[in-house]
Ligand binder design. Structure first.
Ligand code: F7E
Length: 346
């Protein structure tokens, strides 16, 4: 049987990299999109070429439906994984319109490209939906964890745009009989995470502080709680979702939630630094007990206009129907990230 072909939008992102590797290992012919204006000499293009030589790069902007349609016509992918988006929640408050265009309408552009290429009955489509659609408000069943039936109440332009992407995917499933599915993924992190996200910001800073290359880590809200898993485990779930006979929606999560503060404490502990917390609110600090140096302080610049206080997912459906399970637990994730950054920064 001929190898399956997959097209990943946003292949240069964290999940794109993990997924491209997984599909390559499974024998797929892998294509990945990069933004239209990224010439072959651009560092981002070069980085993908070097790190993932097995990826066939396609230059197609999420806003350019002609380029997306052309890509579908030429590649005729068996599977499309739509991962491209503005994915930083904090940034989405600064550029809500671009976020709506890319993270929201971009999904429609890819779905339409599949349809315009006449592939809606043959190509399977995965949409990267997110726990940010739930919004973490109290009335929303936080006790048992959010599942596929929970109410949505997004709290950021990012979450609102993702909700559009979620529903338009379901709409194409219902309207055109497309095998179009959504993975509602809770936070998934790792060594490929961008440094603008809190886990990587912490693991990098902890490594740099340990190595004497940085004095202080500045963070925003330490009390929000997240259901953090390892991105490498989650791309396996994406793939399993598209291997089902029927399309559907699945929560991928760990079923555990931890504060930012816990992540910070565990990351410093990993390099042998014990912390003492002093003060409250914007005046809170963390001091290295052994050296007496302040290693963390609050910078309100990193607060968000509206915060998602708690995210906790219930992955029962994915575990039962997909046979999916996460392999890396919370301490394992922190360890993996700090060890990676210690080696990278050394
Ligand atoms: O923030 C708090 C911040 O930016 C986590 C994306 O992949 O997961 C991610 O969204 C928490 C928030 O991720 C800083 O206020 C404190 O409560 O790492 P984050 P996120 O917003 O949860 C979801 C599932 C997605 O879909 C998104 O695409 O950490 N926090 N201090 C901070 N956050 C950042 N970034 N920087 C800080 O200094």
């Amino acid at each position: 049987m001929a190898a399956k072909t997959a097209l990943i939008t946003g292949v240069a992102g964290q999940d794109g990299g993990h997924l491209a590797k997984l599909l390559h290992e499974k024998g797929y012919e892998v294509y990945g999109t990069l933004r239209g204006q990224l010439e072959a000499s651009h560092p981002r293009y070069q980085a993908v070429k070097t790190e993932m030589p097995y990826v066939n790069i396609v230059l197609a902007d999420m806003m350019d439906i002609a380029a997306l349609t052309r890509a579908m016509q030429e590649i005729k992918p068996d599977e499309v994984y739509n991962l491209a988006a503005i994915s930083h929640v904090g940034y989405s408050f600064r550029d809500p319109i671009l976020t709506a265009d890319l993270t929201g309408k971009g999904v429609l552009n890819v779905l339409e490209a599949v349809r315009l290429a006449g592939l809606e009955k043959t190509t399977r489509f995965y949409q990267a939906s997110t726990s940010e659609m739930f919004g973490g408000l109290d009335y929303n069943r936080p006790g048992s964890g959010y599942d596929e039936e929970s109410l949505f109440h997004p709290r950021s332009p990012y979450g609102v745009a993702k909700l559009y992407g979620h529903w338009i995917t379901k709409n194409y499933r219902e309207s055109y009989g497309m095998h179009a599915s959504c993975g509602i993924l809770f936070n998934h992190e790792g060594e490929r995470r961008g440094p603008e996200f809190v886990t990587r910001k912490i693991s990098k800073a902890v490594a740099r502080i340990k190595l004497g290359k940085q004095d202080v880590l500045e963070l925003g809200n330490l009390d929000s709680k997240r259901d953090w898993g390892y991105a490498g485990d989650y791309v396996e779930g994406m793939w399993r979702i598209l291997q089902q006979d029927e399309p559907g929606d699945y929560v991928l999560a760990t079923g555990e939630t931890h504060t930012i503060r816990e992540f910070v404490e565990l990351a410093f502990k990993q390099v042998g630094i014990e912390l003492r917390w002093d003060g409250t609110g914007e005046s809170e600090t963390a001091t290295d007990v052994a050296s007496g140096n302040v290693v963390l302080r609050i910078n309100p610049e990193f607060y968000r206009p509206a915060e998602v206080d708690i995210l906790l997912g219930d992955p029962a459906k994915a575990e039962t129907k997909l046979g999916w399970e996460r392999k890396v637990d919370f301490p394992g994730l922190v360890k993996l990230m700090v060890e990676h950054d210690l080696a990278e920064e050394a």
